[in-house]
Ligand binder design. Sequence first.
Ligand SMILES: Nc1nc2c(c(=O)[nH]1)N[C@H]1C(S)=C(S)[C@@H](COP(=O)(O)O)O[C@H]1N2
Ligand SMILES: [Mo]
Length: 210
Amino acid sequence: MSSPARPVVVSPDVRRGGGAPASRTPPGQVLTRKWPVLHHGEVPSIHPAHWRLVVDGLVEHPLELGFEDLHRLPQVDLHCDIHCVTRWSRLDCTFTGVPIVRLLEMARPRPEARFVIQHASSAPHDGWTTNLPLADLLVEDALLAWAEAGAPLAPEHGAPVRAVVPRLYFWKGAKWIRRLELVADDRPGFWERNGYHLRGDPWREERYAW
Ligand SMILES: Nc1nc2c(c(=O)[nH]1)N[C@H]1C(S)=C(S)[C@@H](COP(=O)(O)O)O[C@H]1N2
Ligand SMILES: [Mo]
């Protein structure tokens, strides 16, 4: 049985300066071919059958869905670059998943909703979060992803499902994501409370809050 071809979404940064690696590398970043692992706390073990995602807060229709439900939504392959605030960048990643905007269209944010808090399951700090403007998720290249380069995500990279928001530093994508909470006022997440920027645009070097 062959699986149907998925549309390819290309993140705009991939085409910067004609796509040459140097012009695609934000200031102060160093390219790596490996995919480093970076997080706070322990790697949780989450069986796909037990994974749930909640979309709630300031929405008209709160959602709760599982791994199979997510796969029934329109999937894409996302060609993008990732930029960690600790200065490594990895070009030409391919993430498979569903654009977060599809879930937001279903949940229908209320007019007051302006920020999104991503919540992760990561013991012992189940409260790991990262915050971002809602507008940064109303694009086709911000995903809930379950695979990279055709292979399911490894547990340390966020299995079964993580967020990938390639226009911002990579910490704005929660591994082991479990909840998208829509809020009216910005609320600094884990790294943001530790001095990182509220938005985190790598092209403006928005690394730190100061
Ligand atoms: N749940 C969770 N997600 C997280 C983090 C974390 O500590 N916990 N760290 C972030 C940071 S700082 C980065 S750079 C990326 C790293 O993802 P990777 O380990 O797959 O490279 O995950 C982000 N998502
Ligand atoms: Mo990071």
